[in-house]
Design a protein around this ligand. Structure first.
Ligand code: XMP
Length: 315
């Protein structure tokens, strides 16, 4: 009979047996799958390097949170500072799909550089889950670091054996392992966050200034949801910075500020979703705090659209 303890023990044994004295490389995003995978490798005692690419499109405190939690639990973690590189690659780009492609490509480049510099590694570990296996069944090219980053394949000369210890597991089982392995609750139970990060929530061209404004608004919205006990009542919540300015008054002056849209949804599978009926007091609190604490924002709106017809993200 299945218990998380048994599963953990089995996975530790499997990883040790397969890896032996060889080296394992993996990418961590801060999501629960890759974080739990890194913890499993650390627990197994195998020689590993976990690479966290800071693309500058992360949320407030995200990098520090991942860094602190994984290092404290014995993960050999390398944080690669690549903010300037991603922002440069994104300069002037407005098309959402183009933004995604650039981020994916740049991520692969950065990851390859680390792999070459720190290698050789025999294994590339990935947090592939059972539903992912089903989805890609039939595809010969399972060897991809798709995960959170939607990236394509690695070049031929950088070839690894894939290590996918979670191939038979569902998300809930990974969360149970994460609990056993000590992953802190905010990382273990957090909402999904897209690989391209805040780049697809700053509509249009991504600039450092816009990212900073959005990051602050997003942090306030998330904080309010935790404070009001609403975080776990929705499946995803986000803030979006619109590429328009709207008029407001500051003192006696007309003032053109950015518009931030808040979105929260409930969903079973993210294929369809319903907009969340958040209490008005919570929305009011978030809107007041955002306009007070982020002076560049002049107006806050709430998205009342379900999926379909709208998607969860705005881009
Ligand atoms: P949409 O916006 O299509 O989103 O309703 C459904 C789910 O997918 C996430 N999402 C992404 N995740 N890379 C990702 O890793 C992406 O480019 C991407 N776009 C959307 C979205 O956050 C939601 O959970």
């Amino acid at each position: 009979d299945w218990t998380p303890e048994h599963t953990l023990e089995r996975l530790v044994q499997e990883v040790r047996a397969r890896v032996g004295k060889d080296r394992v490389l993996l990418a961590v995003s801060g999501g629960v799958d890759s974080s739990t995978l890194a913890l499993l490798l650390a627990k197994s005692g195998v020689d590993h390097l976990a690479v966290f690419v800071d693309h500058g499109l992360l949320r407030q405190g995200e990098r520090e949170g991942v860094e602190g939690a994984l290092r404290a639990l014995g993960v050999n973690l390398r944080v690669v500072e690549a903010k300037e590189r991603f922002l440069k690659a994104l300069k002037g780009v407005e098309d959402p799909e183009e933004k995604r492609r650039i981020i994916g490509r740049t991520f692969v480049e950065v990851f390859e550089e680390v792999a070459r510099k720190e290698g050789p590694f025999r294994f590339l570990a990935q947090g592939t889950l059972y539903p992912d296996v089903i989805e890609s069944a039939g595809s010969e090219h399972a060897a991809k670091i798709k995960s959170h980053h939607n990236v394509g394949g690695l070049p031929e000369d950088l070839s690894f054996e894939l290590l996918e210890p979670f191939r038979t597991l569902f998300k809930d089982e990974v969360r149970a392992l994460a609990l056993l392995l000590g992953l802190p609750e905010p990382l273990r139970l957090r909402h999904p966050f897209p690989g391209p990060g805040l780049a697809v929530r700053v509509l249009g061209e991504v600039t450092e200034e816009k990212l900073s404004i959005l990051r602050q608004a997003d942090a306030i919205f998330t904080e309010v949801l935790w404070e009001e006990g609403l975080y776990h009542q929705v499946d995803q919540a986000l803030a979006v910075l619109l590429p328009v300015r709207s008029v407001g008054v500051v003192g006696d002056e007309r003032h053109y500020g950015y518009v931030v849209a808040l979105r929260a949804v409930t969903t079973e599978d993210f294929m369809t979703a319903d907009w969340a009926r958040l209490p008005l007091e919570a929305l009011d609190k978030a809107a007041r705090r955002i306009t007070r604490e982020v002076p560049e924002v002049g107006r806050v709106v709430y998205d009342l659209t379900s999926k379909p017809p709208a998607t969860i993200e705005w881009e």
